[in-house]
Design a binder for this molecule. Structure first.
Ligand code: FES
Length: 140
């Protein structure tokens, strides 16, 4: 199992900046574990096999989140909360990443991994802790 470090997140962020966006699909084969974590089976979510692949899911603890494949490495994922940090509107995917739709949003733009590109938001989409194996992404 591999835990995502801050360094790993930042390195993944740089790699994602160059990714072409692939339309997100709804996640399948999601399990809530006895410890409250959420496990996403990678074999069932084939879009995550390719760098740039994205799945979206809702988790009671966080609301709507996205899992983004950022590299081919075992820890090559980002998990981000899709609520805009400016005022909580759910962001939508566009060709470059995520945009906060107006109205009711105010047009903030984020990279695929959630990095802030254009305000008025002043912080990135919230990264969510996770671990990975060759078979699953487990969201804390
Ligand atoms: S709520 Fe997203 S920019 Fe204001």
């Amino acid at each position: 199992m591999v835990a995502l470090s801050r360094r790993g997140f930042i390195c993944g962020s740089a790699a994602v900046a160059a990714l072409a966006a692939v339309p997100a699909v709804a996640a399948t084969d999601i399990k809530t574990l006895s410890n409250g974590k959420t496990e996403l089976n990678l074999a069932a979510n084939k879009s995550l096999a390719n760098v740039g692949g994205i799945v979206e899911l809702s988790i009671k603890k966080y609301g709507k989140v996205a899992v983004v494949r950022t590299s081919k490495s075992a820890q090559g994922f980002s998990v981000i909360n899709l609520f805009c940090p400016h005022a909580g509107v759910i962001v939508k995917q566009n060709s470059a990443g995520w945009v906060c739709p107006a109205p009711p949003g105010h047009g903030s733009e984020f990279g695929l991994n959630g990095a802030l590109k254009v305000g008025p938001a002043t912080s990135p989409l919230r990264p969510i802790k996770f671990t990975t194996t060759s078979k699953a992404v487990t969201i804390a």
